[in-house]
Each structure stands twice: as C-alpha cells, then as structure tokens.
Design a protein around this ligand. Sequence first.
Ligand code: HEC
Ligand code: HEC
Ligand code: HEC
Ligand code: HEC
Ligand code: HEC
Length: 491
Amino acid sequence: MPAKNLYVATILVLASLSWGCAPSESGDHGALDAFVIVAGDAEADSWSLDGDVQDLGADAGVDAEAPPIGYASPEYCGSCHQSHYEQWRGSMHAYAVKDPVFRAMNTKGIAETDGRLDQFCVQCHAPVASLKNMLPVIERDGVKTMDLDLENPFVGHGVQCVTCHSIESVEGTQNAQFTLSEQTYFGATGSAAANEAHPVQRSALFADPAQKSILCGTCHDVLNPNGARLEATFSEWYANAYNAPRDPSRHRTCQDCHMPTYQGRITRDGPVKELHAHTFVGVDQALIPGFPGKEEQARLVRQLLQDCAILEVRNNGLDDDGNLVLVASVENINNGHNLPSGSTADRQVWVHLRVTDQAGDLLFESGMLDANGDLMDGVEGHSLTPGGDPDLLFFGQFIYGQDGAHVTFPWQAHTYTDNLLGPGQRKWRDYTIAGDALLGQTVRVTASLNYRTFPPFLIRTLVDDGLIGPDELEPVPIIEMERVETSFVVR
Ligand code: HEC
Ligand code: HEC
Ligand code: HEC
Ligand code: HEC
Ligand code: HEC
C-alpha cells in the first residue's frame, strides 16, 4: 500500500523535526511505529474514520502488534472495543482539539501572552500530546504560536482512551494534576479476561464510588494562571447533596449521569454485560461538518437540557400603581452541579418572555436578541444596545481583566462575577408591565428558557481576528429547555 507508507513516512519526518521529544529515544521507533500502524489505516482522513470499525478490526485489531502502553490511538482500542470507540468519537472529548473555537482561542492566547500560556490550555484539551512534549510554543513572523496538527493522533484526538485509562493517580482536582502510566491501563475490574488482551489494573479512581468523580475532577475544575476560577464543575458537585458516598441512595457520581449504563458487548465476541456510555453528553455539540454522530449528539444534548430545569411564570396581578406584575422562576433539577456549569463565561442561559394584549400587540419583551443575535446583557461591546433589556433574567459568568474592565477570553480574566443556579436551586425575578388600560384585558404570555454555548460576539471577535474562517463554523444553536404559554384576564 504505497499511500499508507507515504503517510507513515510523513509522520516519522514530522515527528523528528518538530515534536520536541520523540516518544521513543531508543532509535527503534517502537512507539512511533505503534501509532503509525493505526493512523496509517485511515490514509485519507485519519481521525474521522467513516468506514466501519468492523473492517478496521479485521485489519489492525487483534492481529496488529500491540502498541506500547500509553501510545495506542483510539482506532487501535476501537478495533476491539467498537461501541466504546463509536460513542467516544462523537463526544466532546474527541472534539477537544478539533473544536475551531478552542483552536482559535489557544492561538490568540499564546500570541497575546507572548507564549506564557504555553501548555496551559492543551494540558487538558490535548493531554497526551502535551505530556509527551509534542506541543512546543514556536515563533512565526515574530509571533508566538503553537501548531495543533490534527494529523498527529495524540494531538487531534484530544481527550482519548489512553488519557483516562492511563491515569494512575490524581494529585489535585483542578488543572490536570494527574500522572499517566506507561506500564498498564486502568479500569473498574482489572479482570483476568481483560489482562489476556492487555495489561489493565483495577483502580479506585474507576471503581470506588467515593473516588470516581475525582478522575473527572482533575480536568473539570479550571483555575487560570491569574488565579481566576473559570470552571468549577467538580467543586460544585463536591459541595452538594449528590456527593454522599455514605448514602448510596443519594450519591450520584459524574459517571452516573454522564456515562449511563447499557447492555452491550465489550468486544465483538465478548458476552453481553453492563457497559458505560462513552458519549459524555453535556451541552455542547460539534459545529464543524463531518464530525461523527452529530445528529445523535444533538438529540442527546437537547434531551439532557430539556430534563434539567423547570420554568414557571406566575401572574401577581396589578400593583399599587396599576402595573401588571409577572414573576418568572427557574429551578435547576436532576443536575449534579450548577446550571450552567463548566465554561460559564461562554455559556448563556436566559429567559425570553413576551407579553401581548388581546389584539396581539406586544406589551412587553425581555430576553430578545439584537440584529447580531446578541443578548442585551448590559455590557458595552456585547450587543448593539447594551442597556436595551434591563429586565434580562440571565445565568452565566462575566469575567474582568486586571483593570476591572470586562474581557472575553479565559486567559484575560483576573476576577469574575456570576449568576448560576445551584443544584436544586430556584431563582426568580419580577417583570413590571406598565399599562393603565390592562384591567379586564386578556393578556397572553409566552416564555422560554434557552441555552446557548457561545454568544455571537465571542465568535465574531475570533472571526474578525482571522482565527476562524467566516464559514468555518455552523451557527451556534439555541436550545429551548422549557416553554410556558399562558393567558389570563388581568384583575
Ligand atoms: C485485542 C483486543 C483489544 C484491544 C485492542 C483493546 N482491548 Fe481492552 N479489553 C479487551 C478484552 C477482551 C477485555 C475484557 C473483556 C471482558 O471483560 O469481557 C478488555 C477490557 C478492557 C477494559 C475493562 C477492564 C476493567 O478493569 O474493567 C478496559 C478499560 C479496556 N479494555 C481498555 C482498553 C483500551 C484503553 C484500549 C486501547 C489502548 C484497549 N482496551 C484495547 C480487548 C482489547
Ligand atoms: C445528577 C446528574 C449529574 C451529575 C452527578 C453530574 N452532572 Fe454534569 N450535567 C448534568 C446535566 C443535567 C447537565 C446539563 C445542564 C448544565 O449544563 O448544568 C450537565 C452538564 C455538564 C457539563 C456541561 C456544563 C455546561 O453548562 O457547559 C459538564 C462539563 C459536566 N456536566 C460535567 C460533569 C462532571 C465533571 C461531573 C462530576 C464532577 C458531573 N457533570 C456530575 C447532570 C449531572
Ligand atoms: C473521559 C475519560 C474516558 C475516556 C476518554 C475513555 N474512557 Fe473508557 N471508561 C472511563 C470510565 C470512567 C470507565 C468506567 C465507568 C464505570 O465503571 O463507572 C470506562 C470504562 C471503559 C471500559 C469498560 C467497559 C464499560 O463500558 O464499563 C472499556 C472497555 C473502555 N472504557 C474503553 C474505552 C475506549 C476504547 C476509549 C476510547 C475510544 C475510552 N474508553 C475512553 C473513562 C473514559
Ligand atoms: C484530561 C482531562 C479530562 C478528563 C480526565 C475528563 N474530561 Fe471531560 N472534558 C475535558 C475537556 C477539555 C472537555 C471540553 C472539550 C471541548 O468541548 O472542547 C470535556 C468535556 C466533557 C463533557 C461535555 C461538556 C459539554 O459542554 O458538552 C462532559 C459531559 C465531560 N467532559 C464529562 C467528563 C466525565 C464524566 C469525566 C470523568 C469520567 C471526564 N469528563 C474526564 C477534559 C477532561
Ligand atoms: C483544567 C483543564 C482545562 C484547562 C487548563 C482549560 N480547559 Fe477548556 N475546557 C475544559 C473542560 C473540562 C471543558 C468543558 C466545560 C464545559 O463544557 O462547560 C472546557 C471547555 C472549553 C471550551 C468550550 C468548548 C466548546 O466547544 O463548547 C473552550 C472554548 C475552552 N475550553 C477553551 C480553553 C482555553 C482557551 C484554555 C486556555 C486558556 C482552556 N480551555 C484551558 C478543561 C480545561
């Protein structure tokens, strides 16, 4: 297969030229060969293998020489663990470096900090490559930058099988403080059957309900280099009622909600047993064409979001001044942490409320978008009319630079303020609708609770900087989590 050999040669050359420390220094290229065997099977498109795993299995699977521990690509693992591979490759863990927004931000952050950001972002988004010193900061045209070469499977595959399954110990539940083993993999049982296929030990980080969330927490809490806490999903979970290891009826780990169990085969010929979904459904979905399993991921995201909040609108009647008072409340349910959580400086959760009169004319509106699609959240630069929606009910985070002014990107933040919903928490606000002639009228109220992963102003900044192509990204969807429609006679 000449094409395959060409590909192999390219990888080897690139590896020796630019990836600081090649994985194998013994000169036999054992480690490199290992991942090349697998990458070479997908000549045209090394990561989005649209071909079925069945073929790959016959080709590169059981018969292929096993790569050294810690150097296997997901395709290699997937040659036996097909359903795990299929699910993982449509997940946000597989998207962590392919994500054009992440790539653009990493480039911008490294340039803006003159390289000081270094491994900070990639230590979580491309942990294997970062730990193997494959992602040096380089200088091009006098600007510091980092090449995130998607053809290199350790880079392109982001948070991959050998990331989680090689975690030997977790030193801290933030900023990727973990150690990867090159001696063995880890799992929940370390069974004899598994050890016939590859070394795998039982680890409490996979098996013990009191420790399982720590495996996730090592990346799912982010303190930026300025000391600003930008993500706190693990801490939020740790401090709430779902963290109750002594009370199994209440205790819910990250895995319980994000890796639900199903019956399936761990390998093609294995027995049917209880497995754990590797879809890692959250709020995010791929915004690039051709990412595997997009429709399914989008469906699962919608389902998760439609099941984790309650929106209510109450009519409080007329106040002393004759204005109609409505109260909207939002409650966060079935959720082990805040809503939103994670990269809350990007996330937007808000109530869009419209009140019309008998004739259908608009009496009041809040939570509408401006001509650019932005919310009028009061911040200069976010929307065309920052003060245009003083009643906006918004859940998210604002970040500020050293001088206290609003900033947009994670490395720029020194402090923050936020309005988030804790697990089980309910928050509300009053809307005062002025109108002297409302008494006796029938008014109609429609309200929706919406979720969006990125605001248009953020994407616009990266497009204007030339870091994302104008048509590279599909539009960020707005997901309607809840909807209320009601009408009543004003009294
Ligand atoms: C040659 C086939 C094959 C390949 C390739 C393979 N595995 Fe496995 N793996 C197995 C078998 C067989 C089992 C045991 C199945 C059973 O328990 O029924 C297993 C079990 C596991 C388990 C469960 C162990 C436990 O403690 O519960 C994990 C985790 C695992 N493999 C991870 C991986 C990872 C990560 C890779 C890639 C680095 C990989 N496997 C590659 C065949 C394979
Ligand atoms: C009781 C179920 C439950 C538990 C436990 C749970 N989650 Fe979630 N998670 C959800 C739901 C529901 C959402 C969607 C709503 C949201 O974003 O908060 C979600 C969303 C997320 C998101 C995307 C957040 C955003 O808004 O951008 C991440 C990341 C996440 N979870 C990680 C974790 C981690 C890590 C843990 C363990 C420390 C965990 N989850 C525990 C239910 C759960
Ligand atoms: C984000 C971390 C993470 C990534 C990435 C990941 N896994 Fe897992 N995997 C887990 C955890 C945690 C469990 C155990 C879940 C439990 O028992 O509660 C698990 C369980 C397994 C099992 C045992 C069977 C089961 O379903 O419980 C296999 C096999 C496996 N993973 C293979 C893979 C393969 C193959 C990949 C890459 C395609 C992969 N994993 C990627 C965290 C991960
Ligand atoms: C090595 C670091 C790392 C570990 C360990 C890790 N994650 Fe993640 N996770 C990430 C990164 C980075 C992303 C964001 C990827 C992206 O969208 O760019 C992510 C995304 C997610 C999402 C999707 C969030 C969304 O907005 O849709 C969920 C859910 C999730 N992780 C759950 C888990 C669970 C559960 C575990 C533990 C079994 C875990 N993660 C372990 C780094 C990690
Ligand atoms: C400690 C681990 C960690 C570090 C360090 C980290 N991230 Fe993340 N990042 C995550 C996790 C986990 C998520 C998923 C959170 C969520 O979905 O809400 C995430 C999500 C994101 C997202 C949203 C992805 C999407 O498509 O929705 C972007 C963009 C992002 N990170 C950029 C960065 C940048 C830029 C840096 C460096 C300044 C950085 N991250 C540093 C762990 C990390």
